[in-house]
Design a protein. Structure first.
Length: 135
């Protein structure tokens, strides 16, 4: 929740950042948080695996903790389109792709421990840059 509040302040309506910079900032901050908290994330992963083995539906639990970030990404894409900064794209589909990149990064960093943080950040920057409307 603190991460979400910090990001909301950094990218809010008073922010001097354009929408590509805001979206990149959100994604890079999530990657930094994942890299800093891999031990905690592994414990959460083990807990969720155990819950799944016991027949629990972990989807609802995960969604409750991740929906804010997912929505933030979609809203930033939508707002970037509305302001003319991003080209025409379905905001939900773009959000799914960007969020999927974060999920893949979490898997690499936390589960297999083989993610290169700088390369993951660069991938996010590249993906966001392709949303920007070409002149």
């Amino acid at each position: 929740d603190d991460l979400m509040n910090d990001m909301q302040k950094a990218i809010g309506s008073e922010s001097k950042l354009n929408y590509a910079e805001r979206l990149t900032k959100v994604m890079v901050n999530v990657l930094d948080m994942l890299a800093q908290r891999t031990a905690m994330m592994r414990v959460i992963d083990e807990y969720l695996v155990e819950q799944r083995r016991n027949g629990e539906d972990v989807t609802r639990k995960m969604r409750r903790h991740t929906i804010g970030g997912y929505r933030m990404i979609i809203h930033l894409v939508y707002d970037g389109i509305a302001k003319g900064e991003f080209g025409p794209v379905n905001p939900r589909m773009a959000g799914d792709i960007l969020y999927g990149m974060l999920e893949a990064a979490a898997f690499r960093l936390v589960i297999i421990g083989a993610g290169n943080l700088d390369k993951l950040k660069e991938s996010c920057r590249l993906a966001v840059s392709h949303l920007v409307k070409r002149q």
